[in-house]
Design a binder for this molecule. Structure first.
Ligand code: F6R
Length: 368
């Protein structure tokens, strides 16, 4: 059942191009317009929304963080992201025109379910993004958008995460379409590019040999830091989470702009630091992170740089350069996350850990 792989996690990483394609399937019309019929929330209701709050846990929360950038940019709606476990313990301001989006692979995460119940009690509309048909969460939401990753068996989420990203991109673009915001060239172009993403993910998977080799060489390290900006920041957090849960190593993801506000003090000789570089097209962001790489390298960090192919500006400062296909900034997490999954999986395996069953963790967390 592992399809020839040693671990389900390896199989699930390899399935990502298919999972992304399946989640797009039937949702993009030949005219480039999106249809999300099964969502069960009317276009009229979506036009009346004035705020979005996303609730989720763990890896799904990182998908939510990325959703915020996409929704604010394409749909022009204010969007907050909150850990589901924190949401109902403050006093979130919810009205009938608030859309709460709950993201959960399993649909059984108790923290996410409690957040959904709390939101509904306050009369907000609730949309679920879920991978498991017939699970609890979709039943408690007004509407649902299913991801089509297929069953995810390994405890660490990989293919479900990529499909959650596809789902949030679809929602952001759909909101732009029904609300008429920015619907036009940019959104149309994005939909086209989105349908090309399975191939880009496949390309990344084909070039993972050096990433595996690098991971094995770092098996005796105690700490790895991850840096990113914009949507690269949640990707950095996701890379760190994977390493914690699989390799039991101290790992942390930072927003690169925060370095000088504290974390740079952690940099010492030989410390591996993974940096997610935005596309060159986002010149300001890109150049800022290139100077961050220079700063940490000057202080002895061993820099592992993930950048788009042909980005020669980072080469002089990268001890290891991992190239990914060039895609627009907002879509970049679909390609930059994959090397981080492979990295954590390989490093943990090199340490002799069972990556499908990390210690102390369960696939569905059905307690609060
Ligand atoms: C990390 C991981 C967890 C889950 C989290 C939420 O690899 O798998 O952090 O993402 O427990 O689970 P779902 O999405 O099922 O609500």
């Amino acid at each position: 059942e592992k399809g020839g792989y040693d671990y389900f996690m390896l199989k699930e990483i390899a399935e990502q191009p298919r999972a992304v394609a399946d989640t797009l399937l039937g949702r993009i019309g030949t005219d480039g317009r999106l249809t999300l019929d099964e969502m069960r929330i009317s276009d009229q209701a979506l036009r009346e929304i004035d705020k979005i709050i996303i609730v989720a846990c763990g890896t799904s929360y990182h998908a939510g963080m990325i959703a915020k950038y996409a929704i604010e940019h394409w749909a022009g709606l204010p969007c907050e992201v909150e850990l589901a476990s924190e949401f109902r313990y403050r006093d979130p301001i919810l009205t009938r025109s608030t859309l709460v989006i709950a993201i959960s692979q399993s649909g059984e995460t108790m923290d996410a379910l409690m957040a959904v119940r709390h939101a509904r009690e306050q009369h907000a509309r609730v949309l679920g993004i879920c991978n498991v048909n017939g699970s609890t969460l979709p039943r408690e939401c007004d509407g649902v958008l299913y991801t089509h990753a297929g069953p995810e068996i390994a405890v660490a989420s990989t293919k479900a995460f990529l499909t959650q990203l596809v789902a949030v991109y679809l929602i952001a673009l759909y909101l732009a379409q029904v609300r008429g915001t920015k619907w036009g060239d940019e959104v149309f172009a994005m939909v086209q590019l989105l349908s090309g993403m399975p191939d880009k993910v496949e390309k990344v998977l084909e070039t993972m040999g050096p990433v595996r080799e690098l991971a094995r060489s770092l098996a005796d390290e105690h700490c790895v830091l991850f840096l990113g900006r914009h949507v690269g920041y949640p990707v950095a957090m996701e890379g760190a989470l994977k390493l914690k849960e699989l390799a039991y190593m101290h790992a942390e993801g930072f927003a690169a702009g925060e370095l000088k506000h504290g974390p740079i003090a952690l940099i010492e000789d030989g410390l591996p630091v993974v940096v997610v570089v935005p596309p060159r097209a986002r010149a300001v962001l890109h150049d800022k992170i290139v100077s961050n790489i220079q700063e940490i390298r000057a202080r002895g960090a061993r820099t592992i740089v993930i950048a788009e192919e042909g980005d020669t500006s980072v080469q002089p400062y990268a001890d290891t350069l991992i190239e990914v296909p060039a895609v627009p900034t907002l879509l970049q997490p679909l390609v930059t996350t994959v090397p981080l999954q492979v990295f954590a999986c390989e490093l943990a395996t090199a340490k002799g850990h069972d990556v499908d069953q990390p210690r102390n963790l369960a696939k569905s967390v059905t307690v609060e």
